[in-house]
Ligand binder design. Sequence first.
Ligand code: UD1
Length: 330
Amino acid sequence: MSSNSVLVTGGAGYIGSHTVRQLGEAGERVVTLDNLSKGFREAVLHGDFVEGDTSDRELVSRVLREHKVDTVIHFAAHTIVPESVEDPLKYYRNNTCATRNLLECCVDAGVKHFVFSSTAAVYGIPDDVQCWEDTPTSPINPYGMSKLMTEHMLRDLGAASDLRFVILRYFNVAGCDPEGRIGQSTPGATLLMKVAAEQAMGKRDALYIFGTDYPTPDGTGVRDYIHVEDLAAAHLNAIDYLRGGGESQILNCGYGHGYSVREVIDMVQKVHGSPLNVIEEGRRAGDPPALIAGATKVREVLGWQPKYDDLEEIARSSLAWERKLLERSR
Ligand code: UD1
């Protein structure tokens, strides 16, 4: 633990809010900066809150100074892949240019450690199902490219300054706080587990399977679903690692094994106790057949020890949160 503060950008969002909660439980001083474009003020359960944007130079510099920030965890970003294809400049503005501003403020304020939310989307459609950190990067959409550009900025800045960083490349994040205090509330979500939970609660008429003719065991896409609690914990491990003097790293975040779309749906149906309305559709453009994290380095380097590598718990917490949202809206 440190007497300095951790700045969490996007701390009112899905992964950010789970991380802020865990930082609070660990006794860290935290300040969240979020423009509330997608996040929720009530999801920030710990520390100070500042409403604003990472592109606001004056504001960011003031927050870094007033809160004596030595470490930044940067979640704030747009994350919807199809939207990034339709409006690429929105993604480069927010995910790349605003991050450039944030980094400049960090250098000026003497911030030492930076943890960055990157994505498996930097790999594009890889030759092998399993991606390792040295698998060539080749994003196939502006979302992935906007994140990869930030990775490059960090690499170059790390070489030119004292800033050390951990880049975490997330695979498929799913699940919610097991105690149901916070969850995924993003409107218009596209992620499979969230969509399945919404269908179970009757918020959607149907759940569409995008492609049943992939070269996978049951013909549907396979992904490495990581529980948001384990992913949040990796950020705390990354902070400890950097404060302990660790050198800059790029690390995949996943479990190293995957489930198909049908397996996910079967689990949601089992936990929910009744069938979903499932409709088979054609493939969604840009979806790789299977994507699994090569996930040994994050364990070795950070000492990360996942606790929720359990699809049933991921489905249970997702359904419980969706039920809560439904009850609140009534
Ligand atoms: C997500 C991430 C992406 C990351 C990738 C890593 C977001 C918005 N996307 O994308 O950044 O690179 O994980 O693996 O965070 N599916 C359906 N029906 C649905 C929704 C999804 O069949 O209604 C299928 C998809 O075709 C895919 C699987 O479910 O096979 C997962 O899709 P999704 O949850 O959208 O995540 P990714 O596209 O993998």
